[in-house]
Design a protein around this ligand. Structure first.
Ligand SMILES: [Zn+2]
Length: 177
């Protein structure tokens, strides 16, 4: 995955687990612009997401399943104007209690003996990051009209003369059985 950001552990994403009974527990968060501003990530300028976390506690494991749903503000790759991109994703993260050493697994995190809480800020951010497409653009007609007009003019200009590479490709396509 793409790195290059640091996520601050926010207090509101801390779940103290020692007082929880074994079994299933649910938590809900809302992630707003401040969450993204605190993460030093140039690609995500803001957002508005609902988060649901299901935590299943047993004697030696905490299994968390996170669901994020909402929009993140990114820059359109076509017109560079802000774009509220809808995303939805699920991620599972397992915490091993009283781990003597870190299991060294992405999905499994070891918690030292004596740990009393987990913090989900980093994992929530990861879950959002993994939901991003490689490239994001406004839906057709949604781009900045000025940029759109310039792009259209450019593409018209490019139509003459035809690019010989495309011609070759078209020939190739037409000859396919
Ligand atoms: Zn756009």
């Amino acid at each position: 995955m793409r790195k290059g950001y640091i996520v601050e552990a926010l207090l509101e994403h801390t779940i103290p687990f020692t007082g929880l009974s074994d079994g299933e527990h649910e938590f809900h968060f809302v992630l707003g612009d401040d969450f993204f501003i605190k993460a030093s990530d140039e690609e995500l300028e803001g957002g508005n997401l609902k988060v649901g976390v299901t935590l299943v506690k047993s004697s030696n494991l905490l299994v968390t399943t996170m669901h994020v749903e909402g929009t993140v503000r990114v820059e359109c790759a076509r017109c560079a104007a802000p774009l509220d991109l809808p995303i939805s994703n699920d991620q599972r993260q397992i915490f091993q209690l009283n781990a003597d050493e870190d299991p060294g697994d992405d999905e499994l995190v070891g918690l030292e003996p004596g740990a009393i809480s987990i913090n989900l800020s980093h994992y929530l951010y990861e879950c959002i990051r993994l939901a991003l497409p490689i490239r994001y653009v406004h839906p057709p007609g949604g781009c900045d009209p000025e940029v759109e007009a310039t792009l259209q003019k450019l593409s018209v200009d490019q139509e003459h003369p035809p690019d010989p590479r495309w011609e070759a490709l078209n020939k190739l396509k037409n000859n396919l059985p």
